[in-house]
Ligand binder design. Structure first.
Ligand SMILES: Nc1ncnc2c1ncn2[C@@H]1O[C@H](COP(=O)(O)OP(=O)(O)O)[C@@H](O)[C@H]1O
Ligand SMILES: [Mg+2]
Length: 411
């Protein structure tokens, strides 16, 4: 077993940096998810760790040893790909045993190892089939088995579940988590799917445009994102963002913009231009009736475009002025398309982002414990911005800030 450390890693293709100053520590036995939109550099990062791509600069340390110049076959790493990469002419048994046979293991030892892995992954009845005679889920299991059988120091997985249908993906997700925790093998798992990241990772590293935005536990990223990008990327439905200004009014400090008006705690922030983010889960739409008194926590009038029923909860897709806002609706309220509603709530859980940098500042109206944690994250994020001269969305300092924030964490 062993951890993986990336120190100031860059990858240039032509004149373009596709991975920029990446600093990341993956602990021994940790399940780390690399999460980010397509093209942000996840696969390139994984390939550099595997040795299939050389880092332009920076250090890649595997199990305490600088591995930049170590041949891929000597890094003691097993990689699992999206497309399975099985040998089509070999049976499941031969596919599973291939790496061990090649490394010169005894025939009997290979057979025993294949038997064990096949049993643990439910592949025993399929050992004599060829990949073309397997379903997608079974193929993916063979690909996993091929990685597991080598007992490597590190698993690298590149979107290994994305070719499976939704139900199977959830099953395999759980199986993989169980397998990883049983084996205790350091794992770096790449995905663009934030639900996968939230449910699988001990920690999640969010990448964007070749840079690391934030590293933290799933809950950290959700509750204490360092910037607007992370806030918007994590969570479904996505966080509502309103652009506007904070100023002191007769009734206290308020955010006004994007069709909403939200009272803030006095101490929360200074006057200026901001983006206010509120997750749909913290907003609700309630029935509007002509002449009735608005609810005390109303922040806007809105109209319902349609209601999405997700089973356990329902969300209204609303229009506020000319913008779309998503908020919870109670099915019992019987709210439907075309209905006028009040948009309510959000104040307690609103988050404010600097308009110029996207860095999060103290959340508008956040509870005291929450506000303390937020202040730490915001400080780290703006420090990162100042140090690199780039938008605050940058690497290591913000990442460690996230760690600090979790220490100060709310509940
Ligand atoms: N061999 C290559 N030559 C040039 N550009 C590449 C090469 N491989 C990847 N890229 C570019 O690097 C960026 C990151 O790619 P990749 O790591 O595959 O992203 P992700 O896995 O996050 O979708 C993309 O813009 C991609 O086009
Ligand atoms: Mg990729």
């Amino acid at each position: 077993m062993g951890g993986v450390v990336l120190q100031g890693v860059f990858k240039m293709f032509g004149g373009t940096a596709v991975v920029e100053d990446l600093n990341l520590e993956v602990g021994d036995g940790e399940f780390m998810v690399l999460l980010g939109p397509s093209g942000c550099g996840k696969t390139t990062t994984l390939r550099m760790i595997a040795g299939l791509e050389t880092a332009t600069s920076g250090q890649i340390i595997i199990d305490g040893r600088v591995a930049n110049d170590v041949h891929p076959s000597h890094r003691d790493i097993a990689m699992v790909f999206q497309n399975y990469a099985l040998y089509p002419h070999m049976t499941v048994r031969q596919n599973l045993g291939y790496a061990l046979r090649r490394s010169g293991a005894e025939k009997q030892a290979v057979a025993t190892a294949v038997g064990e892995v096949a049993a643990s992954l439910g592949l025993a009845p399929l050992l004599d089939r060829k990949p073309s005679q397997l379903s997608g889920g079974q193929r993916q299991r063979v690909a996993l088995g091929r990685a597991v059988i080598r007992r490597p120091k590190v698993f690298l997985m590149d979107e290994p579940l994305s070719n499976l249908d939704a139900k199977l993906r959830v099953e395999m997700r759980n199986e993989l988590v169980r397998l990883q925790s049983r084996l205790g093998t350091t794992t770096i798992y790449v995905t663009h799917d934030q639900v996968e990241a939230m449910t699988m990772g001990h920690r999640v590293a969010v990448m964007h445009g070749g840079r690391l935005e934030q590293v933290g536990s799933p809950l950290d990223l959700f509750e204490r994102p360092v910037n607007q990008f992370v806030a918007g990327f994590m969570g479904h439905p996505a966080m509502n963002m309103f652009q506007g200004s904070v100023a002191r009014h007769a009734s206290g400090r308020r955010f006004v913009g994007g069709g909403v008006e939200v009272p803030l705690l006095e101490s929360d922030c200074h006057d200026g231009e901001f983006v206010l983010g509120i997750r749909p889960q913290y907003l609700r739409a309630t029935r509007y009736s002509e002449g009735a008194v608005p609810p005390p926590d109303a922040i806007a009038r809105a109209r319902v475009d349609f209601v999405e029923h997700l089973g356990t909860e329902s969300f209204g897709v609303l229009t506020v002025e000319d913008r779309t806002v998503v908020a919870k609706v109670e099915v019992a309220d019987g709210i439907g398309s075309g209905d006028p509603v009040w948009l309510c709530g959000g104040r307690e859980r609103a988050q404010l982002f600097e308009l110029s940098t996207g860095a999060r500042v103290v959340g508008g109206g956040a509870s005291r414990a929450g506000a303390a944690a937020v202040a730490v994250a915001a400080g780290a994020a703006s420090g990162a911005g100042a140090a690199s001269g780039a938008p605050a969305a940058s690497g290591a300092p913000a990442a460690s800030g996230a760690g600090a924030a979790s220490g100060a964490g709310a509940p």
